[in-house]
Design a protein around this ligand. Sequence first.
Ligand SMILES: NC(=O)c1ccc[n+]([C@@H]2O[C@H](COP(=O)([O-])OP(=O)(O)OC[C@H]3O[C@@H](n4cnc5c(N)ncnc54)[C@H](O)[C@@H]3O)[C@@H](O)[C@H]2O)c1
Ligand SMILES: OC[C@@H](O)C(O)[C@H](O)CO
Length: 278
Amino acid sequence: MDYSYDNVVPNFRLDGRLAILTGGSGGLAQVISRALLAQGADVALIDMNLERTQNAAKELLAWGHDTLKGKHESPVGQVSAWACNIGDAESVEATFTSINEHHNNIADLLINSAGYCENFPAEEYPAANAEGIMRANGLGAFFVSQSFARPLIQNNKKGLIILIGSMSGTIVNDPQPQAMYNMSKAGVIHLVRSLACEWAKYNIRVNTLSPGYILTPLTRNVISGHSEMKEAWESKIPQKRMAEPKEFVGSILYLASDTASSYTTGHNLVVDGGYECW
Ligand SMILES: NC(=O)c1ccc[n+]([C@@H]2O[C@H](COP(=O)([O-])OP(=O)(O)OC[C@H]3O[C@@H](n4cnc5c(N)ncnc54)[C@H](O)[C@@H]3O)[C@@H](O)[C@H]2O)c1
Ligand SMILES: OC[C@@H](O)C(O)[C@H](O)CO
């Protein structure tokens, strides 16, 4: 047995890696992107609106230069910003090709954080909305995985995909009605299992990170003006509070690390303050 330091202690550095982070100007992405940069990765942010994404990229890089100076020997990574609707397969393919060309690398870490939630009673859910959310949250997760994996497979390079699911993929939230969001996230969790099995032979690991309630713009939309909603949610969480985005960084770095999670694929890592236990 090799008991050398490197064989025993996992390494969470991401030097030389090119990470693509969708939903790149969103609440969860703001902290995940900083963690990726801090660990040495180059980061390409994708979101719907170019200006917002460019602003997020500027803030990220400024944070990197202010905060990471002297923290590690490697220089602060490159950051880029891209506008793309992940529900549009052609646009996803073109964007991923441009990202790899721009960074002169093949992206080997994908974190799909793009997504949204909306509330309609199931019997009144408009068909166009149902299609829209399934396209973004469900098909979008598939399209970004395809465009990420193709060049890796062609170039025989290993890679890691983390699709952000939700506890809504395995439980039904209460009291807000969100059948299509729940269906989309259940789809993501099983998509991950399918891709993990198909792509293990290419050295591409695929996992889901499923958060519980996090304080971000997504949930603020739901609870703004409805403090009773937040109270109802928190009463059902054993830890009795919503999460902060920073509480997901450890899980992301665990799944992204080749040494810490080399034997983890097809997994749904639920981080929910204990919500699913009750
Ligand atoms: N906030 C929570 O409580 C919570 C809990 C569980 C899971 N999640 C999931 O975490 C992820 C991040 O959510 P967040 O809380 O940061 O929300 P957020 O609204 O702050 O960020 C989501 C981002 O995704 C982008 N986006 C939406 N549809 C897109 C599309 N079709 N193409 C490209 N970008 C798109 C939005 O513009 C937004 O910037 C989502 O997938 C969400 O479903 C959130
Ligand atoms: O289940 C937690 C999240 O997916 C999300 O915050 C919620 O479902 C929004 O209503």
